[in-house]
Design a protein around this ligand. Structure first.
Ligand SMILES: [Zn+2]
Length: 140
């Protein structure tokens, strides 16, 4: 039986979503996708200096899961630096810690329980579940 995946709690979305080597057209560069939860792992471990134990608690995931996300994130950032790739930060399985949003099924439009561990819509079975964020009544 596959283990349920938890939504990873992210406190801050990245201020910049694309890093690109200067002076080279983007279309001739390879692109690496870093998910927002991977970005959060780097922010907590390498920027804030949290232990993996504390950082995993902040993200509401197990320590082995945090360890795996951090290793993947560091590998991607390292590859981007060494090989001169575009680094794009977006997507991933996360929700925002401040609760300023709502979890919505993109196929049937139902609002879902944000504490769910499931990645499948209970109403229509879709896996296209997305976290929408609002700020001052405007979707971000
Ligand atoms: Zn649905």
């Amino acid at each position: 039986m596959p283990r349920k995946k938890r939504w990873r709690r992210v406190h801050r979305e990245p201020p910049v979503s694309v890093f690109k080597p200067a002076g080279i057209p983007a279309k001739s560069l390879q692109e690496i996708l870093l998910t927002v939860d991977e970005f959060e792992a780097i922010r907590l471990a390498d920027f804030e200096g949290l232990s993996q134990r504390d950082a995993s608690a902040v993200m509401n995931i197990s320590q082995p899961t945090f360890n795996r996300i951090l290793a993947s994130a560091r590998n991607k950032v390292g590859r981007a630096l060494v090989q001169g790739c575009v680094l794009r930060i977006e997507g991933g399985r996360y929700l925002l810690a401040d609760g300023t949003g709502v979890l919505v099924c993109q196929d049937c439009g139902e609002t879902l329980d944000p504490d769910t561990d499931s990645d499948t819509c209970p109403y229509c079975g879709s896996k296209r579940i997305r976290w929408f964020r609002w700020k001052n009544g405007v979707e971000q």
